[in-house]
Write a protein that binds this ligand. Structure first.
Ligand code: S3P
Length: 432
């Protein structure tokens, strides 16, 4: 029997073509959650339909929110956050999704009629939850998790507003506290050390939820009236686009046109970094909304090394494994430091990136908070394990396109978490 959970990616000559990107994963989670907070019918277009967004839908469904799923659209009919009902078994399973569990914990902590246990898969059950437990407890929440790991129990209580300085720059923790602030007495202030993705704040503005911003301090207060249903179209995912950007840059005689990518500046730092290293990338701004979007043209380029430090990490967090691959092809030695957060992702992304790239011939050194990567290396190819991490699997497949011999990616199905159509597109744009 062929092993369907292994994909073989063969070296090719170039990539060419046009790609419609999947909807942004972070914005899809948030659009679903805001549609569940709203009272009435919402229509979300171009939703990311990967496993993570489906986990958010499954949780909200158990709270009494109705979803009609089309191919890339979803109609949501919600009683509004005040009408959420207690699920019979009290369990919400967040699957593999850190964004689902951390944002939902903020939404649930202040719901006095709910008594919930949040669970997840093996990977999510090893990821740190103290980062949300700590601020929620300060707000008076009744929340507990043994050793700071799932399962996490939340008994809804009336919360108090707090002033909270985030110890790590995390959009998930920031969003958790802002969501909890919507059910708290008084104002809630969140201060970020370094700006992280700001989709929650932008959607609050879009849906006219009062939110105030003063430099790096954001504040909200309790929702005084329900928000009505809305129509929302999710821009293309920059973190998914990044794989095609890498393929276009690294293969000779290549040109790719990516349609309608989110150009939110908190998400496009990898483009600026690569451009500064010699990448031929054009951004063509189209929608100049609060959440901007536009097309991207990428062409083959000779790249120079780059250095990434702590302050840049929040803006590049999901692209770092792929940037490490790109660095193997750039001129000179690349260093990534101050990136310990990578160890707390779907896999320990410092060790999984280093193991995967080393296996196929990269010269790479691991540090506690990052790695250094020798450039100008011809990768050999070979067999790698995705380690249950969609971003490691997709990075390995791009490595296969530029290696001497094929790359065999074990555990391929994890790609469905964010990009179910990835392998079809890879086949379509590959030219021999
Ligand atoms: C996300 C925030 C980031 C990112 C994750 C999605 C979000 O996580 O890595 O893929 O949607 O808020 P952290 O908040 O842990 O940095």
């Amino acid at each position: 029997m062929p092993d369907h959970n292994i994909k073989i990616v063969e070296p090719i000559d170039s990539v060419r073509g046009q790609i419609t990107l999947p909807g942004d994963k972070s914005m899809s989670h948030r659009a679903l959650m805001f549609a569940a907070i709203a009272k009435g019918v919402s229509k979300i277009k171009h939703l990311n339909i990967g496993g993570d967004a489906l986990s958010t839908i499954a949780c909200l469904q158990k709270l009494g929110v109705n979803f009609q799923l089309g191919k890339f659209t979803v109609d949501v009919d919600s009683p509004g956050i005040n009408g959420w009902k207690q699920p019979q078994d009290g369990i919400l399973n967040c699957g593999n999704s850190g964004t689902t569990v951390r944002l939902m914990s903020g939404l649930l902590a202040g719901r006095e009629n709910l008594n919930i246990m949040l669970t997840g898969d093996d990977s999510l059950s090893t990821r740190p939850m103290k980062r949300v437990i700590e601020p929620l407890k300060k707000m008076g929440a009744d929340i507990s998790a043994e050793d700071g790991h799932l399962p996490m129990k939340i008994k809804g209580k009336l919360l108090d507003g707090i002033q909270y300085v985030l110890p790590v720059a995390s959009a998930q923790v920031k969003s958790c506290v802002l969501f909890a602030g919507l059910s708290a007495k008084g104002k809630t202030f969140v201060e970020e050390p370094v700006k992280s993705r700001d989709h929650t704040e932008k959607m609050m503005k879009m849906f006219r939820i009062p939110i105030f911003q003063n430099k790096n301090i954001i504040s909200v207060h309790a929702l005084r009236r329900s928000i009505p249903g809305f129509n929302y179209s999710v821009p293309g995912d920059p973190s998914s686009a990044a794989y095609w950007v890498a393929a276009g840059l690294l293969l000779p005689k290549s040109r790719l046109f990516l349609r309608k990518m989110s150009m939110n500046p908190t998400r496009t730092a990898f483009i600026s970094l690569l451009k500064a290293s010699g990448a031929d990338i054009d951004l063509i701004a189209k929608d100049k909304n609060l959440e901007p979007a536009g097309d991207v043209v990428v062409r083959s380029s000779a790249l120079r090394q780059f250095d990434i430090r702590a302050k840049q990490v929040p803006g590049l967090i999901d692209e770092l494994p792929l940037l490490a691959l790109i660095a193997t092809q750039a001129k000179g030695l690349t260093t990534i430091r101050g990136a310990k957060e990578l160890r707390y992702k779907e896999s320990d992304r410092i060790s999984s990136t280093v193991a995967m790239l080393r296996n196929i011939g990269a010269k790479i050194e691991e540090f506690d908070d990052g790695m250094s990567i020798q450039g100008g290396i011809k990768l050999k190819g070979g067999e790698v394990d995705a380690q249950g991490d969609h971003r490691i699997a997709m990075t390995a497949s791009i490595a296969g396109l530029i290696s001497e011999k094929p790359v065999y990616v074990r555990g391929w199905s994890t790609v469905d978490i964010s990009y179910p159509n990835f392998y079809n597109i890879l086949g379509r744009i590959s030219k021999k």
